[in-house]
Design a protein around this ligand. Structure first.
Ligand SMILES: [Zn+2]
Length: 291
């Protein structure tokens, strides 16, 4: 209907133009004035069509027609990369201490944590390896997180030596390994923020069960003292935190982490820490959008 009206307006304009171009008895000046008026009229009539040209099509309104509606793009999932420590180029993790191996403890808690995180909408879990006994270098583990675009590389280990309880480590400076210097200052800052978010979640869940040794820098570890940071941190492009969940050399710690209840408790503590971290990320995202 709209189109028909438009065409009839154009036809009328055409007839008008033809009539103005007929020879006129009133002389050249009148003829020139007539042409001018006629051109002006044509411009005014064609105006609305010009105005439409180059304009973006009107935004389809919801409910205006099924064909115009686009499906909403799926929200991008946040990737959490879980890295159960060992077997690596440094250590197989198969030494039996107080009846258990670090490899088994790291793997079992990681599997429980993966199951918990997988229930969280918008979270995708990526593991640095699919099989417990698969040898994987610490560089390769970081590269899995890098390829996945992980928001966090969470590395699970158990400590040995004097002491007990859990400790969080993050790269507090750059290190050097295989001629490569890393991680970037941005990753160092983001890793510190991640450790600071994870720690209260873990501390709350593990209060009264394990000693809380707080947050420390990679540079305070034996490997960190040698190369500046842990190898998995040096090659990481994702914020990276290494959690030494317990001291396996401490009998009570070993008893805790080898019991199904202790492993459940550790997995829940880590999941709570990850949730706090993700909440912080979401808040930071909203803050950036408001600025
Ligand atoms: Zn370890």
């Amino acid at each position: 209907m709209q189109k028909a009206i438009h065409i009839s307006r154009r036809l009328r304009a055409g007839r008008l133009l033809t009539s103005f171009f007929r020879p006129n008895r009133c002389g050249a000046a009148t003829f020139a004035l007539t042409i001018l008026i006629c051109l002006l009229g044509a411009v005014l009539l064609a105006g609305p069509a010009w105005a439409q040209a180059g304009k973006p099509p009107a935004t389809p309104q919801p409910g205006a027609g099924g064909a115009a509606l686009k499906p909403a793009a799926p929200a991008q999932a946040v990737v959490i990369c879980l890295d159960p420590g060992h077997p690596s180029e440094v250590n197989s993790g198969r030494t039996v201490v107080h009846g258990v191996t670090e490899l088994d403890m790291n793997w079992q808690v990681s599997e429980k944590l993966a199951a918990l995180l997988a229930q969280t909408p918008g979270v995708k879990v990526v593991k640095t390896r699919q099989v417990k006994d698969q040898l994987s270098t610490n560089r390769e583990r970081a590269e899995v997180a890098n390829r996945a675009g992980a928001a966090l590389l969470l590395r699970l280990h158990c400590d040995y030596g004097k002491g007990s309880g859990f400790t969080l480590y993050y790269p507090d400076q750059q290190g050097k390994k295989q001629g490569f210097v890393g991680p970037s200052p941005q990753v160092i800052a983001a890793s510190r923020r991640a450790a600071q978010a994870l720690h209260p979640g873990m501390a709350q869940s593990l209060a009264g069960l394990l000693k809380d040794n707080g947050i420390r820098g990679d540079s305070s570890t034996a490997i960190g003292r040698k190369q500046g940071a842990l190898t998995g941190s040096i090659f990481s492009q994702a914020p990276v935190v290494t959690v030494e969940m317990v001291f396996l050399s401490h009998k009570a710690d070993a008893d805790f982490i080898k019991s199904p209840q202790g492993q459940d408790r550790m997995a829940r503590a880590l999941a709570q820490g990850v949730m706090l971290y993700l909440k912080g990320l979401a808040n930071a995202g909203r803050g950036a959008a408001v600025k």
